[in-house]
Design a protein around this ligand. Structure first.
Ligand code: ADP
Ligand code: GN1
Ligand code: MG
Length: 372
């Protein structure tokens, strides 16, 4: 689908016009497969050059304080850019996102209806993968997110806002699930009896990390918190991972959450919303590549307890995202964008199937971590 005429295109054009983009918007089209924000690729003709940007409308239902989100993003990207400049890195514009300032100097703008928008140059000749194609890519993704954490290790965490409170906190997610189940506002609980039973059996998984944190065994760090493998850009030519994107949830968190979400999205042999559950499994070769890649960049700062919980992190993150999909299904799909009826339930099912696959392979996974 592309848009070059009509009211819709005109609205996007007006938003782009609020940024220092000097030229004619000649094309705009929806872009990417994210579940939260609206993303568009827009082409602007500037003189004889055609320049592409990523324009995003930030989801106000999910992010209650968008100025705080954008302040975090500004701080984090500036910090990384300074590091890259200090090391005289090449291709800095391809290695860290840069959101353009609007007329008032802030790195976002608002449309006539109050909607929040941001604009950044599109990193050309690069792409993301929803499903990884090789163990080498898995290693590169994990290195990239580990490196990202390392780049932010010396940034004062108290400067960052908590953009979504209790984001990966299992007990809070479990409480929200119980409310949704109790209400059952759309009479959907009966059709998910199996998933509900699975979750209730596994609720104990959610108590492990809050306890480790409370006891001081694992520290809060600045983490990405949405380390889906499709949040890393790969260079088309070299095949190298060049840039970590999707920075809305960068805030204090556990390193284990980041590794766990890499396992959830990087080792699954099937898509997140695959309906044929026989295709869903945790690919141990991909896990090994992720563990090696993450260790290569994070071994300098991870403590013993973090290392010992790398396998468990994969299980916990997969369970918690599955729980969020199930809760949203019960709530009538108000959080994650869906493209068909039952989409969130399908997503929940793949996650719970993946939890089972991880459980079956826990010993082999632990042996890999032990060998690092
Ligand atoms: P969401 O929060 O919806 O996942 P993302 O910020 O991850 O949004 O963007 C969605 C997709 O748009 C990404 O997976 C990526 O393919 C593409 N994308 C985002 N930013 C850029 C960029 N600066 N350059 C190129 N592609 C981008
Ligand atoms: C959302 O925006 P996207 O698609 O990268 C969600 C993540 C979930 C993910 C599940 C802010 O990420 O937490 O893990 O969907 N982001 C937010 O695919 O809730
Ligand atoms: Mg994304």
């Amino acid at each position: 689908m592309s848009h070059t005429t009509g009211r819709y295109f005109e609205a996007l054009r007006q938003v782009v016009g609020q940024f220092p983009v000097f030229g004619e918007v000649i094309h705009a089209q929806p872009y990417g497969t994210g579940h939260i924000n609206e993303t568009y690729a827009v082409t602007v003709e500037q003189g004889r050059a055609k320049i592409r940007y990523i324009l995003q409308r930030i989801n106000e239902n999910v992010f209650r304080d968008i100025p705080a989100v954008q302040e975090n993003i500004g701080r984090v990207t500036e910090h990384i850019r300074e590091k890259l400049l200090a090391t005289r890195a090449s291709d800095i514009s391809g290695r860290v996102l840069r959101f353009l300032p609007a007329a008032d100097g802030r790195n976002y703008t608002q449309d006539q209806d109050g909607g929040y928008w941001r604009l950044c140059p599109l990193i050309e000749r690069s792409r993301t993968f929803d499903i990884l194609e090789s163990a080498q890519q898995a290693e590169l993704v994990a290195k990239a997110f580990g490196h990202f954490q390392l780049q932010l290790a010396d940034l004062d965490a108290s400067l960052l806002h908590e953009t979504i409170p209790n984001f990966h906190d299992g007990p809070s997610r479990m409480a929200a699930f119980r409310v949704a189940l109790e209400l059952d506002a759309h009479n959907r609980a009966a059709e998910c009896a199996e998933e509900i039973a699975f979750l209730l059996e596994h609720a104990w998984v959610f108590d492990v990390f809050p306890k480790a944190l409370a006891e001081g065994r694992v520290p809060l760090r600045i983490t990405h918190n949405d380390t889906k493998v499709n949040n890393v850009m790969f260079d088309d030519e070299s095949g190298q991972a060049i840039c970590v994107i999707d920075l809305d949830t960068v805030m204090p968190g556990l390193a284990l959450y980041d590794f766990g979400d890499m396992v959830r999205t990087g080792t699954n042999t099937a898509a997140e919303d695959e309906r044929d559950l026989r295709r869903v499994s945790m690919d141990i070769a991909l896990f090994e590549a992720l563990a090696r890649g993450y260790w290569a960049t994070a071994c300098g700062f991870l403590n013993r307890a973090e290392r010992d919980h790398l396998v468990f992190a994969g299980k916990m993150l997969t369970l918690i995202i599955g729980t969020r999909f199930l809760t949203d299904h019960l709530n009538g799909d108000t959080y994650f964008r869906i493209h068909r009826p039952g989409h969130n339930l399908d997503r929940c099912r793949t996650q719970f199937r993946l939890v089972e696959s991880i459980t079956r392979q826990e010993e082999a996974m632990a042996a890999i971590v032990e060998s690092l």
